[in-house]
Design a protein around this ligand. Structure first.
Ligand code: FES
Length: 106
C-alpha cells in the first residue's frame, strides 16, 4: 500500500539543480524536468552523496557529484549496474504544492 504526502510548495523549493526535501524518515531529491517533476532517493547508493547536488544531463539523468555515477530520473536505473538503482516516486502537483506517493511503512 502507499499514500500521498505533501512535501512542500514548489515555489519555495531550491532547485540546485535538484531540491533536497525531507519526507518522513528519508530525504528525496526533486528535479524539475520538461514535463513535470521527478523524485528519487537523495542518497547516492554508492557512498551517500546527495543526488540533488549532482549534474542533470541532457539524457535526463543525474550524475552524482562525487564519482559521476549516473541515474535515470524516470526509472532510477544506475549506469553501473541495477543493484545500484535508486527508488523513484510518482509525484503530482496540487495547488502549487508537490505531493509524492510513498510506500506505507511496513
Ligand atoms: S557517492 Fe555517488 S557515485 Fe560515489
Amino acid at each position: 500500500m502507499s499514500h500521498w504526502l505533501d512535501i512542500g510548495a514548489i515555489a519555495e523549493m531550491k532547485f540546485e539543480p535538484g531540491a533536497a526535501v525531507k519526507a518522513g524518515e528519508h530525504w528525496l531529491a526533486v528535479f524539475r524536468v520538461d514535463d513535470g517533476f521527478r523524485v528519487i532517493d537523495n542518497a547516492c547508493p554508492h557512498a551517500g552523496a546527495p543526488l540533488a547536488d549532482g549534474s542533470v544531463l541532457e539524457s535526463r539523468k543525474v550524475a552524482c557529484f562525487l564519482h559521476c555515477w549516473e541515474f535515470d530520473l524516470d526509472t532510477g536505473q544506475c549506469d553501473v549496474g541495477e543493484e545500484w538503482n535508486v527508488r523513484t516516486y510518482p509525484s503530482r502537483v496540487v495547488d502549487g504544492r508537490l505531493e509524492v506517493e510513498l510506500p506505507d511503512p511496513e
